[in-house]
Ligand binder design. Sequence first.
Ligand code: DC
Length: 222
Amino acid sequence: MTIVIAIDGPSGTGKSTVARGVAAALSLPVLDTGAMYRAVTLAALEAEVPLDDAEACAAIARQCVVTLEDGGVTLLDGRDVHAEIRGPVVTAAVSIVAAHPPVREVLVARQRAWVAEHGGGVVEGRDIGTVVFPDATVKVYLVAADEERARRRQRDELAAARNVAVEEVKAALDRRDAIDSGRTVSPLRPADDAIVIDTTHLDVDTVVADVVARVRAAEASR
Ligand code: DC
């Protein structure tokens, strides 16, 4: 039986950390779909295509080869771009590129192919439970208080040697949330059958244990 675990939610809610923990506990591979949108955005910036041109961005998405390796390394046409795709330039542009329906069409097909090839997995993103895998074994939608999300993102920035004020991080998150939630195709929202978990005051192990227990219960009832 193929197990697919969908982990969606806005940034700073703990999706990546929870996805990795659940994947380790269940010996499943993990797919970070945000990294795919980020890599295509980097390719579009490098090709200097106008980011508001949906077809031009989709052409870039079709041409480029994005490889996600174990351990979080992302390759764009064979080049390691894992640090670059987390930088401020790509972060500021990615929601614009990800809002284009033809870009999403290309990447959603690749995400489904990846899961088929790997025989299942933990898939992290924004539309995994609603669009990419509507029949996922378990769907989780993580939320957290805005201030806590901003503090977590600020810590990530510091870890990458970027010192950014928390207010600035919060403003950038608000901008990205507005575009991700307001787009017409695959907007950020919980699936009707998703389990919503507020991670503001929870540690990672508690959230991982909760999700793993739900996966085991879902498997046992099939
Ligand atoms: O998870 P992240 O911050 O790396 O995602 C980067 C952007 O990509 C985010 O602003 C929204 C977009 N995204 C998306 O639209 N759909 C997904 N499945 C994953 C990410």
